[in-house]
Design a protein around this ligand. Sequence first.
Ligand code: GLV
Length: 322
Amino acid sequence: MMIKILVARAVFPEVLEKLAQHFEVESNQQDTIFSEAELAARMRDKWAVIATASERIGAATIASSPHLKAICNMAVGFNNIDIAAASAARVMVTNTPDVLNETTADFAWALLMATARRVSESEHWLRAGKWKKWQYDGFLGTDVHGSTLGIIGMGRIGQAIARRSLGFNMKVIYHNRSRVSTDLEQGANNAFYVSKEELLSISDHVILALPHSVTSHHTIGARELAQMKPTATLINIARGGIVDDAALINVLKHRRIAAAGLDVFENEPAFHPDFLTLSNVVLTPHIASASESTRRAMANCAADNLIASLTGQQPPNLLNPF
Ligand code: GLV
């Protein structure tokens, strides 16, 4: 009898074919969003699951899956999984780091440029038929070139974002749990380590590239937003929950910062409706890693981790060695 696995969301067919060479695969090509209870029921007789950042896999689900050996997330972030409960149950957890660094960094720049230069706002205005004449003060934005870029979270994605700033002649400052090596700082356009407070008060543009955890929850709240320049922009390509969305809406409404570009939200996809009433925010539906080749690489990476974990090998991206 073949070992059973679950692929909890739709994936590229070739990934299912690869998995089917080793396992009996239950897949979800209709891409139904399972409730936690439904997911737990489907996992009960499975040895491993491929999930995405949208599937919450908590202690109860892990406890009700007696055969479970591996949870393979198709994401670099893993705040949707209770890692402590998985380790206690000797369930391996893996993610998909590195394959998405450059694509995600590209998207941080897309959001930064769109936000600072008011691309979405002016396009909506044009599409609404409001463009009757050129104006010297139409949609004045903030320069990106020559400005100070503050990056919170100088991991591999933060470094890829920083590298791109060289061509824009920017000064890069960063804050991170701890200072990175001098070599990494030099490779990140000579990024300079500062406190969070200093970063927020000096930066013209702030980009969030840190993981979400209990400690990073609401890294940016009312107090932090008040420390930012009134002309500054805030970009979040990391995770919902790192920013206190209600506090952000409040400062955007009162123009206490210039604008924000957000790819992730608290409670997504049911994000705070007030964002829709604001013209100084660019909103995208969690697509920073969504290039064709990167999403394929992520899916294959998750599948390779799963195959390794059930065939006696150490999965390449094991998060919880025990
Ligand atoms: C996407 O959000 C990821 O964590 O890969």
